[in-house]
Design a protein around this ligand. Structure first.
Ligand SMILES: [Zn+2]
Length: 124
């Protein structure tokens, strides 16, 4: 069992993360389908029952924000799956250093190590 990898992770750790990424991809895609109806433009002519139009517009905004976050997550998951195929899963895409195992356990789709993530956030 030799998977081509430049990774600091063991084969079984890689397999585990791969399974989690595939599951996360399926979940995220399902959520995107589920929320598709919520973020359609609000029809101003449609009677909305007890909801005011302002409420409907605010809910639409939230659905779109969530969808935006879901789309970002899906892109990160896809990129991580590509990295897995290419043997670079778990390598920070910025500094090319290994991403800490603890961080990968929490966020397997993360593209960056903690140090890079923090420096991006400090720069705003
Ligand atoms: Zn880094």
């Amino acid at each position: 069992m030799s998977h081509p990898t430049a990774s600091h992770l063991t084969e079984s750790q890689l397999q585990g993360f791969h399974q989690r990424l595939l599951a996360a991809k399926a979940d995220t895609e399902a959520l995107l389908v589920q929320t598709a109806n919520d973020s359609k433009p609000v029809d101003m002519e449609l009677p909305i029952g007890r909801l005011t139009r302002i409420d409907a517009i605010q809910m639409q905004g939230m659905a779109q924000m969530n969808r935006h976050q879901l789309e970002i997550r899906l892109r990160q998951i896809d990129a991580s799956l590509m990295a897995y195929q290419g043997g670079t899963f778990g390598i920070c895409r910025h500094c090319k250093e290994p991403v800490g195992l603890g961080r990968l356990e929490v966020l397997p789709e993360t593209p960056f190590c903690l140090a890079c993530q923090e420096s991006f956030e400090q720069r705003g």
